[in-house]
Design a protein around this ligand. Structure first.
Ligand code: BG6
Ligand code: MG
Length: 222
């Protein structure tokens, strides 16, 4: 039986609840463009890169725009988003996260970030978690977005751990698919209906234990 040697964490919606700030900024942009953008629409953006998210938003609004206009709109959304994250504090770390990261470190399990976001360093700095990670791979280091496995494979490589010894923690369907495509185990954080491809699903990292990491995952097999 392989032992889990590393855990790779998505950022938005797993470590911190920035999904709500992404939503606020996208909804504001949609409003400015003259249409509604619901939370249900927003679910499709989770784990997806900034430009791909914009494409989905424009599809919802039935708009076709030139590339240069799209770049400006994505920049506008990101500026609003950055205003929200600039105000983040350690209080916004999701329940159980810090404790679980410390439990992993105490048990010599390596930790990496695997996020599509290009803002991950500002977020981790603002909430005081940069030093909890052995490797940080984010939207600045990758060319292929989730469900492509690149972000997680790069994280495992930086940690010097084989994919089959890794567990990915994700709140997005695209992220769970990326973990599967990487040949890694996965823990879904959130709605089991959305994350049904994960090995196990928990409502937050508060529910995670070393026992779950090392036994439940094997029970289901991957
Ligand atoms: C992911 C989020 O983590 O990062 C997506 O789930 C987001 O919603 C993506 O679009 C890119 O983030 P950013 O911060 O680079 O715009
Ligand atoms: Mg996420």
């Amino acid at each position: 039986m392989t032992k889990i040697k590393a855990c790779l964490f998505d950022l938005d919606g797993v470590i911190v609840d920035t999904a709500k700030y992404h939503y606020l900024a996208w909804r504001r942009l949609a409003k400015e463009l003259g249409f509604d953008f619901t939370e249900e629409h927003n679910e499709r953006l989770k784990g997806i890169s900034r430009m791909d998210s914009l494409e989905i938003l424009l599809e919802v609004g039935g708009l076709t725009l030139d590339e240069n206009v799209k770049v400006k709109l994505a920049e506008k959304k990101n500026n609003w988003y950055c205003e929200y994250i600039a105000k983040m504090t350690p209080d916004e770390i999701l329940p159980g996260t810090k404790e679980f990261l410390e439990l992993l470190r105490g048990n010599k399990i390596k930790i990496a970030l695997g996020s599509a976001s290009k803002n991950s360093m500002s977020i981790l700095t603002n909430v005081g978690l940069v030093n909890h990670f052995d490797a940080i791979v984010d939207g600045n280091n990758i060319t292929h977005a989730k469900p492509d496995p690149q972000v997680f494979l790069l994280g495992a490589k930086e940690l010097g751990v084989a994919p089959e010894e890794c567990v990915v923690f994700e709140d997005a369907r695209a992220g769970i698919e990326a973990a599967i495509n990487a040949g890694m185990y996965s823990v879904g954080i959130g709605d089991p209906k959305i994350l049904n491809k994960a090995n196990i699903v928990v409502s937050s990292l508060k529910e995670m234990t070393l026992e779950k990491l090392n036994s439940q995952i094997y029970c289901k097999g991957a």
